[in-house]
Design a protein around this ligand. Structure first.
Ligand code: S3P
Length: 450
C-alpha cells in the first residue's frame, strides 16, 4: 500500500481578515464517507475495485491501512486512481498487529461490523479523541449477533473484537440516528446467513445501502409505520466495482461559508455531492438568505452532484428544525460561524449527538464563539447563537482549542477571514484528517491563513 498526504500543516494557524472578497474555483477533496466505504467494500469484493477522486486524508488512510492489514492489496496509480484488490467476503486474514484507526470514528465503527462476522480476533485503538468516543452503540447490537467485543471502561477504545463464524441475523431498531451504527450492523449482516434488518426512525446518510448494491449485494429498503427498514441479504458474492467519489459537501461547507461572510465574494465549487441525506446545511443557509445557486444538477455514479455558485450575502438568523440534524450533523460548527455573522439569533435544536463527535462540538463551538466576542446559549442538546449582523462583525481576537477536531479548526479559521481581528486556532493539524491542503486552497481564493 502506498499513500501520500500533507502532514505539513503547522499546529497553530492564524486567520487574519484580508478585507478582500474570495474569488475563484474551488477543488474540494473527495467525500470522506464514500471514500471509506470504497476501500472497505473493495477489500471484501473479489477482483480489483478502482476508486476515482478518493479523499487522501488521514481518516481514509487509516481505513486503507487497516484493510491492508486484513489482506487487501491497495495501491495508488500515477493518475491518482486507487486500486483495491479484495480477498472476497469471509476471507479477511487476522491482522498481526493492533489496528490503529487514528481520529476516525467511521473507520472504527464500520470495521467493527466487518470484523464481527469474520472468525478472527483483532485489537483496535485510535488517537486521544477516538479513545473517548462511545463504542457501546455498535458493541451492543454486535453482541446480539453473537460477536464478542471487549472494550475498555465506558465501552471505549482500545477494544478487542472476537469475530464469530456463526453470526446471527438480527432485526435492530437504531436507538440513535447514526449512519455509522446502521452501517456497522449491515456490514456484519453481509457475512451472516439470512437477512439482517436495521430500522431507522430518522433518515441518515444512505451511502452504505447504495454502495453495497453497486458491489452486487441485495439490499432492500422499505418505509413502514415503524420507520425506514433496510435489509441486507447475507453472504452475497461481492464483485469489484468502480467508484467515482463526489466532492465532499461537508468539506465544501467551509469555503461556502467563507464566501458568504466576505462581501463581494464569488466562488464556484464543481461536482459537490448533493445527496439529500447530506445537504441540510445548504437548505439552511438558503433559508438564512444565502446566495447559493446549484448548476448542472446531475447524477454521477449513482450520487446526485451539482456545481455550486456562492456569493457574499447578508444572512439572517433562523430556527433550524431538529429533524434536519441527521442531514447536516457534521455542519453545525460551520453553521454556527455563519450564524455569528447573521442578524438575529439562530436556534439549533436536537443536536445532542454533537457531544460525541471528534470533540464535544457543542462545548467547543460555544467556547470558541465566546472567545471571539459572540454571545451564545448552550444547553444539553441545543445551541443558540446571537448573530452580530447588520453590518457589524464578530470581534475575533480569540484563541480556539480544537480538541483534535478538524471541523472545529476549519470553522474558526473561516471565522477569522471576516472578523474584526484575527482568530488563532491551536492544534490545527487535525485538518489533515478530512481536508489536506485546506489553508493553501483557501489562501488561493484570497484568505490569509498562516
Ligand atoms: C458518517 C456518519 C456520521 C458523521 C460522520 C460520518 C458516516 O456519524 O458524523 O462524520 O460516514 O457514516 P454518525 O453515524 O455517528 O452520526
Amino acid at each position: 500500500m502506498s499513500h501520500s498526504h500533507d502532514s505539513s500543516a503547522p499546529s497553530t494557524l492564524r486567520s487574519t481578515p484580508s478585507g478582500r472578497p474570495l474569488k475563484g474555483e474551488v477543488k474540494v477533496p473527495g467525500d470522506k464517507s464514500i471514500s471509506h466505504r470504497s476501500l472497505m467494500f473493495g477489500a471484501l469484493a473479489l477482483g480489483t475495485t478502482k476508486v476515482h477522486g478518493m479523499l487522501e486524508g488521514e481518516d481514509v488512510l487509516s481505513t486503507a491501512g487497516a484493510m491492508h492489514q486484513l489482506g487487501a492489496d491497495i495501491t495508488r496509480d500515477d493518475d491518482g486512481v486507487w486500486h483495491v484488490t479484495g480477498r472476497g467476503l469471509g476471507a479477511l486474514q487476522e491482522p498481526e498487529d493492533v489496528l490503529d484507526m487514528g481520529n476516525s470514528g467511521t473507520s472504527a465503527r464500520l470495521l467493527m461490523g466487518i470484523l464481527g462476522s469474520h472468525p478472527i480476533t483483532s485489537v483496535m485503538t485510535g488517537d486521544a479523541s477516538l479513545r473517548k468516543r462511545p463504542m457501546g452503540r455498535v458493541a451492543n447490537p454486535l453482541a446480539e449477533m453473537g460477536v464478542t467485543v471487549h472494550c475498555r471502561s465506558g465501552q471505549r477504545l482500545p477494544l478487542m473484537v472476537q469475530g464469530t463464524d456463526k453470526p446471527l441475523p438480527v432485526r435492530y431498531k437504531l436507538p440513535v440516528a447514526s449512519a455509522q451504527v446502521k452501517s456497522c450492523i449491515l456490514l456484519a449482516g453481509l457475512n451472516t446467513p439470512g437477512e439482517t434488518t436495521v430500522i431507522e426512525t430518522e433518515h441518515t446518510r444512505d451511502h452504505t445501502e447504495k454502495m453495497l448494491t453497486h458491489f452486487g449485494a441485495e439490499v432492500r429498503v422499505k418505509d413502514t409505520d415503524e420507520g425506514r427498514e433496510i435489509t441486507v441479504v447475507g453472504q452475497p458474492e461481492l464483485k469489484a466495482a468502480d467508484v467515482i467519489v463526489p466532492a465532499d459537501p461537508s468539506s465544501a461547507a467551509f469555503p461556502t461559508v467563507a464566501a458568504l461572510i466576505n462581501p463581494g465574494s464569488e466562488l464556484r465549487l464543481p461536482a459537490i455531492g448533493m445527496n439529500p441525506h447530506r445537504n441540510g446545511l445548504y437548505i439552511t443557509l438558503k433559508e438564512m438568505g444565502a446566495d447559493i445557486t446549484l448548476e448542472n444538477e446531475r447524477i454521477e455514479a449513482g450520487e446526485p452532484v451539482a456545481d455550486l455558485i456562492v456569493r457574499g450575502s447578508n444572512l439572517k438568523g433562523i430556527d433550524v428544525p431538529a429533524e434536519r440534524a441527521p442531514s447536516m450533523i457534521d455542519e453545525y460548527p460551520i453553521l454556527a460561524i455563519a450564524a455569528a455573522f447573521a442578524s438575529g439569533k439562530t436556534v439549533m435544536q436536537g443536536v445532542g449527538e454533537l457531544r460525541v463527535k471528534e470533540s464535544d462540538r457543542l462545548a467547543a463551538v460555544a467556547a470558541g464563539l465566546k472567545a471571539n466576542g459572540v454571545e451564545i446559549e448552550e444547553g444539553d442538546d441545543f445551541l443558540i447563537v446571537h448573530g452580530v449582523g447588520d453590518n457589524n462583525k464578530p470581534a475575533g481576537g480569540g484563541v480556539v482549542e480544537t480538541h483534535l477536531d478538524h471541523r472545529i479548526a476549519m470553522s474558526f479559521l473561516v471565522m477569522g477571514t471576516a472578523a474584526e481581528t484575527p482568530v488563532t486556532v491551536k492544534d490545527a493539524a487535525a485538518i489533515n484528517t478530512s481536508f489536506p491542503g485546506f489553508a493553501t486552497l483557501m489562501n488561493n481564493l484570497g484568505t490569509e491563513i498562516v
